[in-house]
Structures are given as C-alpha cells and as structure tokens.
Write a protein that binds this ligand. Structure first.
Ligand code: SF4
Length: 265
C-alpha cells in the first residue's frame, strides 16, 4: 500500500501538544476559498513551476508536489524525531488536505505508531463517513476538528460542501467521549462575526461532552504567492489579515460562555 504525502513537517508546535511531526496527506474534498495550502487540495502528484534565484541569476525549476510513500516509510520518518516527542509530550499529527481522504493509509500508519507508543492527533475537517471516523478514533489520542462556519449556506458557498456531516461527526465524537479540540479559522466575511460565534457556542454547549477547548485561528495571507504560482483565483487577495487584538472580543465571547478559548493553533 502507498499513500500520497504532501509534506512531513518536523518540530511542529501548533498541531497538538508538545513537539510533533506532522504528516500532511494530499487531497481534500473541500475547497475553502482561504486555503493557505491550495496545492494540497488535488489528490494527485502535481508539477509546479517555481522561480529559483542563485546569485544574480534566476531561472525556472519544476517542483514536484506530493510523493508516494509506504506506511513503513512514513513511520521511519516519524521515528527519527522520537526523542523530541518523548521529551516534550509530543507525537505525530495527521493533517492535510483532508487526511480521511486517505483513510486506509492513515490507519495503517496509525496502527504502527500505536504499536510504538507514539501519541497520535488527527487534524481534520470531519467531512468523512462516520464509520471511518470511529475506526480511526480507536487509534487517535486527540482530534482537532475545524468548524469553519455554522451557517450552512455560507459553508457551502465558501468550502463547496455542506457542514451537516461535519456537525454530526463532532456530535458523534463527543457522544463517544473522544478527546477533541475545535479549531475555528476566523475569516473576515465568513466566520468573523458575533452571530457565527454565538451559533458555535450554542452548538458546543449542547454537546454531551464539551471539547477540551477552542482554538481561534486568525486569517492570514501566507498562501498568497501559491495562488499566483498555481494560477488560481484568490478571492481573499485584498482582505486584511487578522491579529490577536482583532480576536480578543471573540475569545471573550467563548470565555463568558464557560468555554476555554485560545488564539492561535
Ligand atoms: S479543509 Fe483545509 S486543506 Fe481542505 S480546502 Fe479547506 S483549508 Fe484547504
């Protein structure tokens, strides 16, 4: 079996507790208009031109995005950082794209990680079948689930899919008492509104088991150059990025509702 890996990031500190190795699996069924990794959406290897500058000269090189790997190859890369994981209480995080798009491959790697006693986090949109979610849950220590926007029309408009499956899966994880953090990409004109946050709070308050906390992820534009390189339309090109101050009121809304909120990943 082989999986399509978009990237493996070492020493990640925003993808779960401690120092982590994050395995990004390529392919995503969503198409978030603000995605800062648009090259991760396509579930196939891509070749993208890039300008390389050396000294005073510049020339075009073709960069391959995505590589096929076996579960053991991924495990071996993860194991090279084991000492940092153990010292820091870290582990491995599976992200994307959407990691559930390569559910069987992810599960194979997770089984191997479990066998080695490595802490596992899955960072997901939760846009997947419930039975797959529950199988992966057996191997997962913590889920990081994105709630992008509660209004389903807005969700469909900006991500291309309905949020009904996502909300049902969050409820399921909660019913099954799985460790869960909610992540909210705070996007101007989409999720950056008092009304949306009230809806999120209402939803979270009615869960059988509350999440461990909420991470508010401020909109930024670090992916702008990727849209240019890929020749993709960037509808957020002129939108101002958000900072800690912008999100302070939103954080307070959560705190007042008794939900622990943190700004950043
Ligand atoms: S779910 Fe994540 S990877 Fe997929 S399109 Fe949205 S932001 Fe990009």
């Amino acid at each position: 079996m082989k999986g399509l890996v978009f990237d493996i990031k070492k020493f990640a500190v925003h993808d779960g507790p401690g120092i982590r190795t994050t395995v990004f699996l390529k392919g995503c069924p969503l198409k978030c208009a603000w995605c800062h990794n648009p090259e991760s959406i396509c579930a196939a290897i891509k070749h993208i031109p890039r300008i390389q500058r050396v000294g005073g000269s510049s020339f075009e090189v073709i960069e391959q995005v995505g590589r096929e790997m076996t579960p053991n190859e991924v495990l071996n890369e993860i194991l090279t950082d084991r000492v940092f994981m153990e010292e820091s209480g870290g582990g491995v995080t599976f992200s994307g794209g959407e990691p559930f798009l390569q559910y069987a491959f992810m599960l194979e790697v997770m089984i191997r990680c479990r066998d080695k006693g490595i802490h596992t986090v899955v960072d997901t949109s939760a846009y997947t079948d419930s039975d797959k979610l529950m199988k992966v849950a057996q191997m997962t220590d913590l889920f990081l689930v994105d709630l992008k926007v509660m209004d389903d029309n807005l969700h469909q408009k900006h991500t291309g899919v309905s949020n009904k499956i996502i909300l049902k899966n969050v409820e399921l994880l909660s019913e099954e008492k799985r460790s869960l953090r909610i992540r909210i990409p705070v996007i101007p004109g989409v999720s950056f509104s008092k009304e949306n946050i009230m809806q999120v709070i209402n939803f979270l308050k009615h869960l059988p088991q509350p999440p461990e906390g909420v991470d508010l992820l401020p909109f930024h534009r670090i992916g702008d150059h990727k849209y240019e390189r890929l020749g993709l339309p960037n509808s957020f090109r002129n939108v101002k990025h958000l900072n800690l101050k912008d999100l302070a009121g939103m954080r307070q809304q959560f705190e007042e509702a008794g939900i622990r909120a943190h700004i950043g990943g």
